[in-house]
Design a protein around this ligand. Structure first.
Ligand SMILES: [Zn+2]
Length: 744
């Protein structure tokens, strides 16, 4: 009867060979107990509490089990068709040999260009490490199960490490953020989400302030493909979840159900729920394996993340520190640095330990607080992992349980078969934001999420003030970003905000610059803040400013910081042009002029009276009297203006000169012969302005006497008005002049 109803319900739904028996169903549960019974049959169910239905993809066996558990099942024909079309598209693409590549040219799952294959993911890792060897490197964890069987098959498991490797050695306490992707093979979206995050970190370093500070201060360890053998199966369109181990997990009734569920194979609290949280049946999708950590993938991952378990019960040598005994009651210290995430799909959940018991993890309160922060970003339901159904031997319990690291499972999306458009527009951006928040909290993940987040940080172009260069920093401090859909998280008013230049708030030497509430008072749970941050003493170039807010909990609880770049300009080079005067004249301005390099200046050059400019030199430029215009000045110079007096000739008129022999003398020196009958004279050469002249007669002409009128004075122009007048009787005069009284 039921099969008939199902057949009617999905009339018209297309079939693909691998999924002809799979259905997407809604199961109505009459009460919570029935929900728990139903959910425990599966992994990744969607729960719509309002309608009291769970949604899941399953086969006829699963439908029967749901009905046996007391739920009433109906087929979602639309989603069943979409699911089958999704897998059919992969198989069609494979059969038609269509090339499958991402936009970046990496091999992708046939028919779904947005999801890189194992090879595409590995190629991306290789490229990031090759092009940015200072920021990314590859760690090899060990062989997958297939590779342990035949080294020509399977994969070496890999971690992509992203951090500032140049400074990592001197920063040994840099928090590690370990993230697994797609440990369940058919979950296509987790590996791609993490690969894109790694690409963002590497490509954003130096250009995106958040990527830059996270790469500088967080040591990311991305296990992008945590189950490469199984993923390879899933890339053929199989709904493959487990690894491919047919030695430990051979399902004889259905080869496609072989393998071990790696996320039930981890050693901490392995098989502790009496079969409720994992299965002992090899064909079951949650088959836990014959013993704890039976699988090479599990061993590789534990060895890489936790290290080696010593005789003292403590792990060492792994990526994350062991700071908690492996009991169920001792809390990890709240200054634990580091994070663990295991990303799955689907169910839209943010989960924290424990998964194998409803009992509270010893760090339950901060785990819940952080989980509610994460769930604000992706909009998923935050809850303890055990809330719907138990799991044992899972990754999050294992690493929290053995190390004390805050450990989360995020279940992405609503279906395994997520279209590229849904992934790109919704699943990726929401969860990328959640993981960025996580990274901002990685240094103190048990503490920082109890304080507010900081976002929208800006820094204005630096300006020079009375105290020197500064920038105005703006930000929003927000304490309300919790997902409140599952319980109530208390929120607080913002109490303060501080900016820090080039150092995180908790780094030695960090100096806090208080920021002010934009509305004048810190009294709201969301506050716009701003303040001026001094840049005095900083080298020219790019710097980073962190902003951290505090809420009013306790004596002020600091939250997750974020950052913005500020570019400090080169200090301007100053040059000085010093005017200098040689001679009688002036230069205006007359004092040294100090200006920024590249500036042009003008000087007015004015000779003194009776002076002229000989030269203006010493600085590049040109002189167009009376102004000297410099070229753009790039170095200091002395502008020398040289003046000298104007020069004038000395001369005049001669009257009555009949004879020859007249000689005139200038200033008792130069003699000028004046020929007979001359009517004018001029001395050769010149005298400078302001000098004295005195023209006298050195020798009279024959037979004549001459006198000089106006023969002396001060040179102030051309002298042309000296009159030499000659006339007869000169001999007497000569005689008298030559008369010697002592010789009559
Ligand atoms: Zn999963």
């Amino acid at each position: 009867m039921r099969k008939t109803l199902l057949a009617l319900a999905i009339a018209g739904v297309g079939m693909s060979a691998a999924h002809a028996d799979d259905w997407f169903v809604e199961a109505h549960y009459p009460d919570h107990a029935a929900l728990v019974r139903g959910a425990a049959l599966f992994q990744h169910v969607m729960v719509d509490a309002g309608r009291q239905v769970l949604r899941v993809d399953t086969d006829e066996d699963g439908i029967r089990q749901l009905e046996d558990a007391g739920l009433s099942v109906s087929v979602d024909a639309g989603d069943t068709a979409r699911m089958r079309a999704f897998y059919a598209r992969i198989q069609d693409a494979i059969q038609s040999h269509q090339p499958a590549e991402t936009d970046g040219g990496y091999p992708s799952i046939p028919g779904y260009a947005c999801y890189r294959t194992v090879e595409g993911t590995y190629q991306t890792m290789d490229d990031l490490a090759a092009t940015q060897p200072g920021l990314a490197e590859i760690h090899t964890l060990g062989p997958s199960w297939q590779k342990t069987q035949n080294s020509a098959t399977g994969y070496d498991m890999r971690t992509l490490r992203v951090t500032n490797l140049a400074t990592a050695a001197t920063d040994p306490d840099r928090p590690k953020m370990v993230v697994f992707g797609s440990i369940h093979a058919r979950e296509y979206t987790p590996a791609e989400l993490l690969t894109r995050m790694a690409e963002w970190l590497v490509s954003g370093y130096g250009t995106d302030p958040e990527a830059t500070w996270l790469v500088d201060h967080v040591d990311f360890r991305f296990v992008l493909q945590a189950n490469p053998d199984g993923r390879k199966k899933a890339e053929t369109g199989l709904s493959w979840r487990k690894n491919t181990d047919t030695a430990n997990g051979n399902c004889t009734s259905n080869a496609n159900s072989s393998g071990i569920d790696l996320n039930r194979n981890f050693p901490f609290h392995w098989n502790t729920t009496g079969g409720q949280g994992s299965s002992g049946t090899k064909c079951n999708e949650t088959y836990r394996g014959p013993i704890a950590a039976s699988e090479p993938e599990t061993q590789n991952l534990v060895g890489y993340v936790a290290g080696t378990l010593g005789g003292n019960g403590s792990y060492s040598g792994g990526a994350l520190p062991d700071r908690r005994p492996d009991d169920a009651s001792t809390a990890s210290p709240d200054d634990y640095a580091g994070l663990f995430f295991d990303i799955h799909s689907y169910s839209q959940l943010v989960l924290w330990p424990w998964g194998d018991t409803p009992g509270a993890a010893p760090n339950r309160t901060p785990l819940q607080t952080f989980g509610r922060r994460l769930a604000w970003f992706n909009g998923y339901t935050p809850e303890q992992s055990d809330s719907l159904y138990p799991t044992d031997g899972a990754t999050d319990d294992n690493f929290y349980g053995t190390l004390g690291v805050p450990a989360y499972t995020i279940e992405l999306g609503v279906q395994f078969f997520e279209s590229c458009s849904t992934f790109t527009s919704t699943t990726y951006p929401k969860n990328f934001a959640a993981l960025r928040y996580a990274a901002r909290a990685a240094a103190l993940p048990y503490r920082l999420p109890t304080g507010p987040d900081a976002y929208g940080i800006g820094a204005a172009t630096p300006v020079a003030g009375a105290g020197g260069l500064y920038t105005t920093v703006t930000a929003t401090i927000d304490d309300v970003r919790y997902n409140q859909s599952n319980g109530t998280q208390t929120t607080y008013a913002i109490s303060a905000a501080n900016a820090y230049v080039d150092r995180l708030p908790w780094e030695p030497g960090a100096v806090a610059t208080p920021l002010s509430a934009g509305d004048g008072t810190f009294n709201s749970k969301t506050e716009a803040v701003s303040g001026n941050v001094s840049l005095v003493g900083l080298a020219a170039g790019r710097h980073i400013i962190y902003v951290q807010g505090l809420n009013a909990a306790g004596s002020g609880t600091p939250g997750t910081p974020n950052a913005v770049f500020v570019d400090v300009p080169q200090a301007p080079t100053m040059v000085t042009a010093t005017p200098q005067v040689v001679g009688d004249g002036s230069v205006d301005p007359s004092t040294p002029q100090t200006v920024t390099s590249g500036t042009t200046l003008s000087f007015t050059v004015t000779p003194g009276t009776g002076q002229h400019v000989v030269s203006v030199s010493g600085c590049p430029g040109s002189f167009a009297a009376p102004v000297f215009s410099t070229a753009p000045l790039v170095s200091s110079c002395t502008l020398t203006a040289t003046f000298e007096p104007d020069q004038f000739t000395i001369g005049g008129t001669v009257g009555g000169l009949g004879g020859s022999g007249l000689m005139l003398s200038l200033n008792g020196g130069t003699s000028l012969p004046v020929p007979a009958n001359a009517t004018s004279f001029a001395f050769p050469g010149t005298l400078p302005y302001g000098s004295s002249y005195d023209v006298t007669i050195a020798m009279l002409p024959a037979g004549q006497a001459c006198t000089v009128i106006g023969g002396s004075g001060t040179v102030d122009s051309q002298i042309t008005d000296i009159a030499v007048n000659c006339g007869p009787g000169a001999s007497d005069i000569i005689f008298r002049d030559n008369f010697d009284p002592a010789s009559p």
